[in-house]
Design a protein around this ligand. Structure first.
Ligand code: ZN
Length: 253
């Protein structure tokens, strides 16, 4: 975000200078900052490294303009979840709030992001809540989006983020059948070993988190906040923590 949106979406965007402070604090606290699939692989390999997986939803243009330079400067990677059916267009699901978030990346810009070492994940085609779709539409949302993204960036798409966080057994099964091996939801808590790899919870940093706040949040999961916006909101970025061979995630909105 080049600016902070007005309420009620204010908590969903972090200005680039604050993103830099937050990520700098995590790095200083000893965390390696990666995309989610890389964190999953490190966990599977038994790594005991302190790792935080960074995820950014939707694929807004300001990820390229404002977020990527911060990541590059810090030697960090991340996973960017793209709703590829809206490439180059405003986020229509945000309704009147869409202008505050700007357009989504074009396909050419998405390739630029991938070439910079950022993992591209699928956020479905059109950002519909997937749990209410008929089976054929669900298949299209999870299969076509993955295929289109893979064609664009010329690499397999492993990770999926559920639009609006909605998932259930049928949705997770469709996501797995499409070829994804990990997926994340809203969560708002730390990951535990009993969590499903296709339902990894996340924490959501907000404009109210200083760097020190974020380090504390990642360390202990923070308070279990009641979400103010559940149905339409799309956070700007989130984190999941990998530590001592166990993957944790938390998220708050
Ligand atoms: Zn989204």
């Amino acid at each position: 975000m080049s600016s902070v949106p007005e309420p009620p979406l204010r908590s969903l965007a972090v200005p680039p200078e604050l993103l830099r402070a937050q990520l700098t604090a995590l790095t200083a606290a000893g965390y390696r900052l990666t995309g989610l699939s890389e964190a999953v692989d490190l966990r599977a390999a038994g790594s005991v490294e302190k790792v935080v997986a960074l995820t950014f939803d939707d694929g807004y243009l300001d990820f390229l303009d404002a977020g990527l330079p911060v990541l590059t400067d810090l030697g960090a990677s991340a996973t960017l979840y793209m709703s590829v059916g809206h490439a180059g267009e405003p986020a229509s699901w945000l309704g009147p709030h869409a202008p505050a978030f700007g357009p989504l990346l074009t396909l050419g810009q998405l390739r630029e992001v991938a070439a910079a070492g950022i993992e591209i994940g699928s956020h479905s085609l059109l950002h519909h809540p997937l749990d209410v779709l008929p089976p054929a539409a669900l298949q299209r949302e999870v299969i076509d989006s993955r295929d289109r993204l893979a064609d664009e960036v010329q690499r397999p798409i492993r990770s999926f983020a559920y639009p609006h966080g909605y998932n259930g057994r049928a949705v997770r099964a469709a996501v797995a059948r499409a070829g994804h091996d990990n997926a994340c939801e809203v969560g708002r808590r730390l990951y535990t070993a009993s969590d499903h790899p296709l339902a990894i919870p996340r924490l959501q940093p907000t404009p109210d988190h200083s760097g020190a706040d974020l380090v504390r949040l990642v360390a202990d999961g923070g308070p279990q906040l009641v979400p103010r916006i559940k149905r339409t909101a799309q956070p700007a970025w989130r984190v999941a923590r990998l530590l001592a061979g166990r993957l944790f995630g938390v998220k708050l909105t």
